[in-house]
Design a protein around this ligand. Structure first.
Ligand SMILES: CC(C)(COP(=O)(O)OP(=O)(O)OC[C@H]1O[C@@H](n2cnc3c(N)ncnc32)[C@H](O)[C@@H]1OP(=O)(O)O)[C@@H](O)C(=O)NCCC(=O)NCCS
Length: 153
């Protein structure tokens, strides 16, 4: 069974290993710093295996004045393609809506078809293109936005 919960400091090493598979990964230090920020919302997706909790994915968003930016979402490569990313992202969007966030923004590499497909499936719409936004390898960024329903609505 998949469950989503807040990321804890003890999750950082496992989360950092998963992050290594992302195009622009965060390291342990960056993840730990996110947990220190009052404006950061960080979730992990877990699965019980023989009574042991395994972390399969993580996501992170920064909030400000009723808006949020999705900064990271990464699923363990071995667990991709079975709905984990969608579960994680929907859980994050639900919790952001519950705290009154009305708009979520993100940037994604134009070459990152799986992520773009996940975002479009989750209701994000394209708002623009930032030329040469990424390095290593160079790429443009697609900018996307999703409006969230008002809390309680
Ligand atoms: C993007 C990512 C989080 C998706 O996680 P996932 O668990 O594989 O995604 P899901 O299985 O929940 O798939 C949800 C939807 O995403 C899309 N999707 C996922 N993988 C895809 C692929 N390889 N090709 C095309 N679309 C894909 C599909 O629309 C899918 O819905 P469907 O299964 O009904 O077709 C995962 O590929 C990942 O960790 N990538 C590396 C990190 C990254 O690039 N993060 C985004 C940075 S902006």
């Amino acid at each position: 069974m998949l469950t989503v919960r807040k990321m804890q400091p003890a999750d950082v090493p496992a989360a950092a290993v998963i992050e290594c598979s992302a195009p622009d990964p965060w390291n342990e230090k960056q993840l730990a710093e996110e947990l220190q920020s009052d404006f950061s919302r960080n979730l992990v997706l877990c699965e019980q295996r023989d009574g042991v909790e395994c972390i399969l994915g993580l996501c992170s968003a920064q909030t400000a004045a009723g808006e949020a930016t999705l900064n990271a979402i990464t699923v363990d490569p071995a667990a991709r393609g079975r709905g984990c990313g969608a579960v994680l992202l929907n859980a994050l969007l639900e919790s952001l809506a519950a705290e009154g966030v009305s708009e979520v923004y993100l940037e994604v590499r134009t070459q990152n078809a799986p992520a773009i497909a996940l975002y479009e499936k989750t209701g994000f719409v394209r708002t623009g293109l930032r030329k040469r936004f990424y390095k290593n390898p160079p790429d443009d960024a697609v900018t996307m936005k999703k409006e969230l329903p008002a809390a309680g609505g």
